[in-house]
Design a protein around this ligand. Sequence first.
Ligand code: GLV
Ligand code: GLV
Length: 331
Amino acid sequence: TLPRVYVTRQIPPEGLKILRESGQVQFELWDSDDIPVPRKELLQKVKGVDGLLCVLTEKIDAELLDAAGPNLKVLSTMSVGFDHLSLEELKKRSDQNIIGIRVGYTPEVLTDAVAELTVALLLTTSRRLIEATHEAKTGGWGTWRTLWLCGHELANSTVGILGLGRIGVAIAERLAPFKVKKFIYTDLEPRPELASVINAEYVSLDELAKQSDFLAVCCALTPETKEICNKDLFSKMKNTSIFINTSRGGVVNQEDLYEALSTGQIAGAGLDVTVPEPLPINHQLFTLKNCVILPHIASASYSTRNAMSALAANNLLCGLRGEAMIKELKL
Ligand code: GLV
Ligand code: GLV
């Protein structure tokens, strides 16, 4: 009989087509994109499955792995981020060789879309586009004014990247034509190969905060990066600086960010990710004119979401055949 798979979301059509036409799996689907599968339903549906294809709203932890049981061999997430997976639990099970779960994810296919959105968010924030359209349509546009809705420009600026990976490089490549003067970055260690592509200088986190006119966070959320953007960091930034986060909300201490934005410690922030998601509509960050908040859409282009769906499906099928996945996480 064919391996059994549960798919936790109605994923974009390309991935579903691959699963359907493979003839290699028997799969069941949570047939909605508008609401995530309720936890209770998920815990029941995963019982005895050989494979699981999930999205980032599902916590894959000890409880879920226990509910799935010893048949589970392959986990495929339709995301580049994997902070929703308990790697420790997955590793533990692999080491003990109880099940040996292999894990696929979707890096690279979303790099262009995320970089593009990050640039859009950066410009939206620095040039105050949301405030501007609001003023235009609500009567605030009294006359042309010399300093009204002025922002900060990229030309001659220093752009700092916190966590230099493929996405950080892709962002810098897109920003360079805006006449950025200098790229700097920090990471756990220097990444000379990536840095040389964009001619970026390695600096400490302190220097990154002090020198950046635009600070873009592009790191993974890990125990090392949790709330790395906090009071200490914001207090070192210039009051003309713009902070942009398209990685994970958990890298930011949101109380400290609110404080920095509301007191003018920094000039503005653009966030595609928050804690929690969705951010409650009465959250204090929504009251700030200098904070632009997007609902986690950085990879949301039709082509990229379909590519992620296809890659997640192919990772799953490769794993179930016992072959190398196209993009496999090393546990
Ligand atoms: C999106 O945030 C992803 O991890 O793919
Ligand atoms: C970014 O780091 C990616 O994996 O595409």
